[in-house]
Design a protein around this ligand. Sequence first.
Ligand SMILES: [Zn+2]
Length: 317
Amino acid sequence: MSPERGDSDRKRPRLAPVAVLADCFEAGVEQATVFVSPITDRKLISGVIQRLTNESPLQKFPHLKRVRRTESGMEIILCTDKDDLAKLTSIEGIDVDRIREHKVALNAPLTRTQYQESSLLWPTHFHENKEIESSLDGTFFEVQELQRIHELMRATIIHSNDADKEDSNAVTIVNPATDTVLAMASSCRDEHPALHATLVALDLVARLQGGGAWQTGIPTRAVEEEAQVPFDEEVPYICTGYDVYMLREPCAMCAMALVHSRIRRAFYGVADPIHGSLGSRYKIHCLGGLNHSFKVWKSIMPRECRRALNRINLVSY
Ligand SMILES: [Zn+2]
């Protein structure tokens, strides 16, 4: 296992949502050992590189640059396996007496932070993923979109206040393409233990499309205007392209339901270290092997969400 650093420690814009990324983007740099040698004469370096490229290619380390400058000259990676050293010592330009082990980054850096750490060990290639970087530094959303995200979370909080339920975690599902709220729901666990707020909201969206599984008196609503719109045959599945807002990080059951419904993005206010499955206990949204993945953002108005959840002083999912 690689060491983990947790959330980025760089300075973030105030109120910026925190992206919940796969562990590989937040991990520290794992190290590997290679064998290096000083170059005895700079004029020989191109010949040394050519010989090593042919006889000892760095197939497992394509992210590493072969040569680096040092205070005393140039240094080159000979090989990664000690058994290969013997066949390389005859190459003109290698200082056989000063061959040594050296630590390098095991994997290609995925983020600028990893790149900087890797480069402290040995020069490394890096292809920046602007989406990942902006997710990490809190600049992913434009101001207008961030305002809308907060408006929708605020509406979800208000729904939880309005719901005439003791157990009132709340969830909103939105079609961002039309900026339409499709469903707002609160937990109905007093009617059935599986009726967590997220499942109820998903079922309401399914109802809009002529489906739905629960036939209970759920005191929640699907937005009537949207319900009057005929089901679009081009929509491939329940929540394709839709966003979900939740006061609290969902449990594993609800997180899997979001996978199955093909949700586009999930936003939540408060992490749940015990049951949370989109960042805390598990990261179900970025598990390999599932047929769908989606983006997750946390810490959306966390104080307001926590206040709403504490108000009922009950655990709800
Ligand atoms: Zn749940």
